[in-house]
Design a protein around this ligand. Structure first.
Ligand SMILES: [Zn+2]
Length: 216
């Protein structure tokens, strides 16, 4: 695991209010309060970190891929991206990004899509959709509440002709994104277990989440 990289004098490893290690292939969820900053760290590199956001006091308002792409006029997200909800509200703003490549379009892996893409022999393998179902169930939600997600650090280049493919990740150990919450949000993560394509370097590894209180 790499050393901690500081993006602000106000945020160190020591003064983080929360630190969570998400095991390889495992899900996690937690509340990020308005004004708090969440760091999602690809601790060992080349991972896909599938992520969803829900408004903490009304889960029917949630991350919207379409609204986020339309708001910034681009298919990718990066520094200053406003993460938009299906109600057109800003949920979080991305304030730091040491990687520069995150996917908004390729969605989450599932046992069903694995069998279509990689053959029936892969059906028993764990998948992000299972992680999401398990994690949102802790908050009273079900399958219908899982919407298209962000894949932090997943590399899905879109060619000029519109073609897109999942290729080798470019994130190095310790690469991170930071987002400041503009409303209280529930963050739900699946540390992607996929081993049939290069999205995790064919080797799923643990990732880390850190949360800091606002600076004011
Ligand atoms: Zn996955």
């Amino acid at each position: 695991m790499s050393d901690f990289i500081q993006t602000s004098p106000a945020r160190s490893l020591q003064n983080a209010t929360q630190e969570h290690f998400i095991a390889a292939e495992a899900p996690w969820s937690g509340i990020v309060r308005k004004g708090q900053t969440i760091r999602i760290e690809d601790s060992y590199g080349q991972q896909a970190i599938d992520t969803l956001f829900y408004r903490a006091d009304d889960f029917s308002e949630r991350y919207s891929n379409q609204d986020t792409m339309r708001m910034q006029g681009a298919a990718y997200i990066g520094i200053d991206t406003k993460i938009m909800s299906n109600e057109g509200n800003v949920m979080l703003t991305m304030t730091a990004d040491s990687c520069g490549r995150h996917d908004t379009s390729a969605g989450a892996c599932s046992c069903e899509s694995n069998t279509v893409r990689f053959g029936h022999g892969t059906k028993y393998l764990h998948a992000c959709r299972d992680n999401f179902v398990l994690e949102v169930s802790k908050h009273g939600m079900g399958k219908r509440d899982i919407v298209p997600n962000i894949n932090f650090f997943m590399n899905v280049p879109i060619k000029p002709n519109g073609e897109m493919t999942i290729v080798d990740g470019i994130s190095a150990p310790g690469d991170y994104v930071e987002l400041v919450a503009e409303m209280d949000v529930l963050c739900v993560i699946s540390n992607c277990p996929q081993i049939n394509n290069p999205c995790n370097g064919f080797d799923p590894t643990p990732v880390r989440v850190l949360i800091w209180d606002g600076e004011d």
